[in-house]
Ligand binder design. Structure first.
Ligand code: MN
Length: 168
């Protein structure tokens, strides 16, 4: 190979390395922006702010199907702002959660916190203590389904402390 040819190949190589590095840093920047400005998609109206007796931070609940004698099922949507979560609680007949947007946490007592995100479906067995809410940085949109409401809907317990919440 001629000397001039070698120099051209070297310059081309150097150029593509710079291009690759440049692309990478753009992707990293994009990821960061998405995390910081993550706007959640609201499918249902926001509803009413949940009571401080049962929630830490800002959580909003809207009932979509009221429990009655025909369906004996409660369905609703909760939007948790970043950092917001429910108190510990249990459901006499269990509960199913469908995550429609965002990133959050779910924990069954005695088990590690699991990260939940858009598209996840979580089943919590009857009479099992658990809590659910948003992650510290990104909020959470969740649909809840409580079956067999004739057995009861929810039994509220103590709040989830910062130490418990930040264990993730
Ligand atoms: Mn629950």
């Amino acid at each position: 190979m001629k000397k001039r040819m070698k120099i051209i190949v070297f310059i081309l190589l150097l150029g593509s390395i710079f291009l690759m590095l440049g692309c990478n840093s753009t992707t990293e920047k994009k990821k960061k922006t998405m995390k910081n400005n993550h706007t959640l998609e609201a499918i249902f109206p926001k509803g009413e702010k949940g009571s401080e007796d049962f929630f830490t931070g800002n959580a909003f609940n809207i009932g979509l199907v009221a429990p009655d004698s025909v369906y004996t099922t409660a369905v609703g949507n909760v939007y948790f702002e970043p950092g917001a979560r429910s108190n510990w609680h249990s459901h006499p007949a269990g509960q199913i959660l469908i995550i429609t947007d965002g990133i959050g946490y779910h924990q069954i007592e005695g088990q590690p916190i699991e990260v939940i995100k858009k598209g996840d479906v979580i089943s919590c067995p009857p009479n099992t203590n658990h809590w659910h809410g948003a992650s510290p940085e990104v909020g959470l949109q969740q649909l809840y389904i409580v079956p067999n409401t004739e057995k009861g809907i929810v039994d509220w317990k103590e709040e989830v402390t910062d130490t418990q919440y930040l264990k993730k």
